[in-house]
Design a protein around this ligand. Structure first.
Ligand SMILES: *Cc1c(COP(=O)(O)O)cnc(C)c1O
Ligand code: SF4
Length: 371
C-alpha cells in the first residue's frame, strides 16, 4: 500500500478512519451524520480493491458513505420488504409456508450503503440472546411445514465457530427441516474467515447451501476465489445474489462479466434483486424498465448458466416476484408469438392446448398462421 497513513489490517469504522485512508469524500460533518444514521465498516480485503477516486468506482460506491444517503424520498421506508409484518417470534420471519428466515445476529463484517435492512443491521440490541434463539428454534420445531431454514441477518457467518456448530446441531436434530441455507457476504468481506474450523462447523448431514452476495466481478479477488473454492471443495453448493445498483453494475457488460466470473468459480447465479425502497438509497435506484433491458441483453448472448432470476420484493411483505421481459404473446387458443434473443418473432402452436379444448379448435386454427 502506497499511502503511509493507511492501516491495511484494520477495518475502517469511522469518518476519522475514512479520512486517514483518503476515502472521506464530501463534507466531513455531513459524513458524520451519515455514519450516525447508518453504520460504516470496510474490511482490509475491500479496502484493497477500492479506487480512492475521484472517478466513480463500483466498489467504493457500495461501501464508502456518501452525503446522498441523507436524501430521503416519501416512497422509501424503514422496512421495505415487510420483514416486520411476518415476524413470527423475535429473529424469525415466516413469510412463505415452507421456509423461514432465521436471523441470529444483525451484525455484518461490512456495511453496504444500499442495504435493505440498513435500519436494523449493526444494532447490537437486535442480536438474539441464547434464550431468544431457543424460542426461535422452538418455533421452527413446532411448525412441521418448515422444510428449509435460511440463516440471514446481518451476516450469520460472523458467529463464532462454536456458536455456529451448536446452531447447526440443533437444526440437524429437527426432522422436518431438510435444507439449511446461508445468506452471507463473508467470503467477499473477509475470505480468510472461511477456515477449516468454519467448514467443520457447517458440516452436517442435511443439505447446506451458501448464497453469497456479490455485486461486481472485481469483488472476486484471488483470495475471495480461494475462499469460494474451499466452500465448494468442502461439498457446499454455492449460489449468488446480486443487487442491481446504479453506478455499480447497471450495464450489460458489468452484469455479463460478474455472472461469468461467478460461474467460472463454480457459483450459480440465483437472484438479481431489483433495489428495495430503503431509506436514503435513491442514488442507487435503477428503473424496472432498465432492469428488464439488461436482463434481455444477457439472455441468449451469455450462457444459460449465467442467468439469474431478476426479482422484485413486493413492498409490504408480499414476497418476491420474478420480472421477465415479455417474450411470449398469445394470439389465439394455444397459439403464440414468441420472440427469440435477437428480437425476431416466431409462431408457436401448442398442440396440447388445442387438443384439450376441442370446442375452440376450429376458432383457434383459423386464427393461427399456417405452418
Ligand atoms: C427472500 C426470502 C426468502 C427466500 O426466498 P427464496 O425465493 O426461497 O429464495 C424467504 N423468506 C423471506 C422472508 C424472504 O425475504
Ligand atoms: S452484508 Fe447484507 S445485511 Fe450486511 S449490510 Fe450488506 S446487504 Fe446489509
Amino acid at each position: 500500500m502506497s499511502d503511509h497513513q493507511s492501516t491495511p489490517h484494520k477495518t475502517l469504522t469511522s469518518v476519522a478512519d475514512l479520512v486517514d485512508a483518503g476515502l472521506a469524500h464530501g463534507d466531513h460533518e455531513v459524513l458524520e451524520k451519515v455514519a450516525e444514521e447508518f453504520r460504516v465498516a470496510i474490511t482490509p480485503e475491500l479496502r484493497q480493491i477500492i479506487d480512492p477516486g475521484p472517478a466513480p468506482d463500483p466498489i467504493r460506491a457500495q461501501f464508502v458513505p456518501s452525503p446522498e444517503e441523507l436524501e430521503t424520498h416519501d416512497w422509501e421506508t424503514g422496512d421495505p420488504i415487510g420483514d416486520e409484518v411476518h415476524e413470527a417470534v423475535k429473529g424469525v420471519t415466516h413469510r412463505y409456508p415452507d421456509r423461514v428466515l432465521l436471523k441470529p445476529t444483525h451484525t455484518c463484517r461490512v456495511y453496504c450503503r444500499f442495504c435493505f435492512r440498513r435500519e436494523k443491521v449493526g444494532d447490537v440490541r437486535e442480536q438474539l440472546s441464547d434464550n431468544e434463539l431457543g424460542n426461535a428454534l422452538d418455533y421452527i420445531r413446532s411448525h412441521q411445514q418448515i422444510w428449509e431454514v435460511i440463516l440471514s441477518g446481518g451476516d450469520p457467518l460472523v458467529l463464532a465457530d462454536r456458536r455456529l456448530a451448536k446452531l447447526m446441531a440443533e437444526l440437524e436434530a429437527i426432522d422436518h427441516v431438510k435444507v439449511i441455507r446461508f445468506h452471507t457476504r463473508l467470503p467477499i468481506a473477509d475470505p480468510d474467515r472461511i477456515t477449516a474450523g468454519l467448514l467443520s462447523a457447517l458440516a452436517v448431514k442435511k443439505a447446506v447451501y451458501v448464497v453469497v452476495h456479490c455485486n461486481h466481478a472485481r469483488e472476486l479477488t484471488p483470495s475471495v476465489r480461494a475462499a469460494i473454492a474451499r466452500l465448494v471443495d468442502g461439498g457446499i453448493p454455492v449460489l449468488s445474489q446480486t443487487v442491481l445498483l446504479k453506478g455499480v453494475n447497471d450495464t450489460a457488460a458489468d452484469l455479463r462479466d460478474l455472472m461469468r466470473a461467478l460461474v467460472e468459480n463454480r457459483v450459480k447465479p440465483y437472484y438479481l434483486h431489483h433495489p428495495d425502497l430503503a431509506r436514503g438509497t435513491g442514488h442507487f435506484r435503477v428503473s424496472i424498465r432498465r432492469g428488464l433491458e439488461l436482463v434481455r441483453a444477457l439472455r441468449g448472448f451469455v450462457s444459460g448458466l449465467c442467468q439469474p432470476t431478476y426479482v422484485l420484493d413486493i413492498p409490504g411483505g408480499f414476497g418476491k416476484v420474478p420480472l421477465t421481459p415479455q417474450s411470449l404473446r398469445e394470439t389465439g387458443t394455444g397459439a403464440y408469438d414468441v420472440q427469440d434473443f435477437r428480437g425476431e418473432t416466431h409462431a408457436y402452436l401448442d398442440p396440447l392446448d388445442i387438443r384439450e379444448r376441442p370446442a375452440s379448435i376450429s376458432g383457434a386454427t383459423s386464427e393461427t398462421p399456417e405452418t
